[in-house]
Design a protein around this ligand. Structure first.
Ligand code: DON
Length: 302
């Protein structure tokens, strides 16, 4: 596995400069673009990494998986009255479908959908900031993972799109909490700073039928786990999901910080990170690295 990772790293350098670091969040625009890391963590406890695998970066939309899992535990099947399960085919912050679909977002992995799942958490938790942090810290066994206040503030200051989405959904009755509190918590979970090693550990339960093998704790039932992985397969890469499935063949979730978490159920979690993005907001080098990984190893769900 280690040799394969080293081989992959030699095949990537030509791609640097072809993508673009996210610049609509000013704090993210400051990042050095030519960084790369990749970690594979198997459910039986083996971990292999290459590159800056201890370097923490902004997980951004990868946090949408965290809040979905927490919201499923709170609302169970009722969640789907408020959010759909179809790929959107539109950019992650698009407003277009929301009006036609009466304020019910297409899926939990576009911004509107994650605002709804975050809203569900706020309604049932005394301290949503802390509960989200607890979830991440407990499942990685890493107590110093935290929000990046600079990134959260930067996003709050440039939040026109997400603010519009929130108020629009509230007009349909699909947001219950105070919009500014909701946006603040949403921006905070997007700002979580984690490395590829930490992200690979966090999502091990998705490769292990819902049980975190590091703690022995059940996070989801096997059925719920299958469903979250299915949603990642169909909706995890926004309007790029078909191309990603064609090239990589694993359920995955990306973020505009350049991270991508992918899962092979029953086997492992593989996480890549490189800040330059393609036009859909997914890591260009990170996608290629995962594509090479499934090509070289033959591992995929298909
Ligand atoms: O709300 C936003 O726009 C960002 N915090 C998250 C967007 C994101 O990561 C989309 N991912 N590819």
């Amino acid at each position: 596995m280690q040799e394969i990772l080293e081989q992959i790293a030699t095949e990537l350098p030509l791609l640097y400069g072809q993508g673009k670091v996210a610049d609509y969040i000013p704090e993210l625009a400051k990042i050095a673009p030519d960084q790369f890391a990749m970690t594979i963590h198997t459910i039986d406890g083996h971990e292999y990494s290459i590159g800056d695998a201890n370097e923490r970066f902004s997980i951004q939309s990868i946090s949408k998986v965290i809040v979905l899992v927490m919201a499923i535990n709170i609302l169970e099947e009722k969640l789907w009255e408020r959010v759909g399960r179809e790929p959107s085919g539109t950019p992650f912050n698009s407003l277009i479908q929301l009006e036609n679909e009466m304020g019910r977002p297409r899926n939990p992995f576009i911004n509107a959908g994650a605002l709804v799942t975050t809203d569900a958490i706020i309604a049932s938790c005394k301290d949503a900031y802390q509960e989200i942090l607890n979830f991440v810290r407990t499942n990685t066994l890493c107590d110093d993972i935290s929000y990046d206040e600079n990134v959260a503030r930067s996003e709050y200051q440039h939040s026109e799109r997400n603010t519009a989405l929130t108020y629009f959904m509230k007009s349909f009755g699909n947001i219950k909490s105070d919009p500014l509190t909701l946006l603040d918590i949403y921006f905070h979970h997007c700002s979580l700073a984690m490395s590829t090693k930490e992200l690979s550990r966090l999502f091990l339960f998705l490769a292990n039928g819902g049980v975190n093998p590091l703690t022995g704790e059940r996070i989801l039932t096997p059925l719920q786990t299958k469903r979250v992985n299915s949603l990642m397969m169909t909706c995890g890469l926004y309007d790029n999901v078909g191309d990603f499935a064609y090239r990589v063949g694993l359920p995955a979730k990306s973020g505009v910080g350049g991270g991508i978490v992918a899962v092979l159920p029953g086997e492992f979690v593989v996480t890549s990170w490189s800040p330059e993005l393609n036009q859909s907001g997914n890591s260009l080098v990170g996608t290629r690295a995962l594509e090479l990984f499934t090509q070289h190893t033959g591992y995929s769900i298909f």
